[in-house]
Design a protein around this ligand. Structure first.
Ligand code: BEZ
Length: 214
């Protein structure tokens, strides 16, 4: 029998609420990390090689997440004991500490709620999902990777900065935008705004595509 996937949260949705047991205690998402961005991500299984490299990647960026007002929240369909044993093993071997909360989603309820269980890939392990949730608990960006391809930490960090910069300055980010690059100013919405734009000395490819430095 095929496993049912109940939902697939989309960009713009309020992040579905849940309660869960994590490696730092019980949480309820709607009350978790108030006023912060949340990066919630799943990994297929504890004690597996790709997952270990990814978790270390998240842990090693601790200062970056703190500087950018972001709370990590991991998840896999493993027990709390497996999580603790894995954290301890990695810490003893490498000194890296996964000190952010990791959900023990043994009944797969959160994985199903977030479309992390994709039966064509695996019936029993979550895919590598990343949900960027803003301080109002709205889902702003979603990534899904398969079991055999690790994520790119630079792209995760870049995506977070792009979202935060876009919100702060009401601008959009062009292809391959990196912090410090020029940003796109929203296109004029009135004839008057069009005239203003044409008279401006903004860097302009056409009237609807203008860039500026922040
Ligand atoms: C890994 O993290 O190495 C992995 C986990 C599940 C399936 C395949 C690879």
């Amino acid at each position: 029998m095929e496993t049912q996937i109940s939902t697939m949260p989309r960009i713009g949705d309020t992040a579905p609420d849940f309660e869960a047991i994590t490696t730092t205690g019980k949480i309820k998402l709607s009350e978790f990390a108030k006023d912060k961005w949340i990066i919630m991500f799943s990994h297929p299984a504890d004690f597996t090689p790709v997952c270990t490299t990814e978790m270390a990647g998240f842990a090693n960026e601790k200062d970056f997440w703190a500087k950018h007002n972001t709370q990590l929240l991991g998840l896999s369909i493993d027990s709390i004991h497996a999580h603790i044993a894995w954290i301890n093993a990695v810490n003893e071997k490498t000194k890296v500490l996964f000190d952010f909360p990791i959900i023990a989603d043994l009944d797969m309820s959160v994985a199903k709620l977030y479309g992390m269980l994709q039966p064509g890939e695996s019936e029993t392990a979550a895919v590598r999902a990343v949900f960027f949730i803003d301080p109002s608990k709205k889902i702003r960006l979603v990534m899904y990777y398969p079991l055999n391809v690790g994520r790119n930490m630079e792209e995760i960090k870049r995506s977070l900065l792009a979202l935060q910069t876009s919100d702060e300055h009401k601008v959009a980010m062009p292809l391959n935008w990196m912090p410090g690059d020029k940003v796109i100013i929203p296109a004029p919405k009135t004839i008057e705004a069009l005239a203003e734009r044409k008279a401006s000395n903004l860097e302009m490819v056409d009237w609807y595509l203008a860039k500026k430095s922040l």
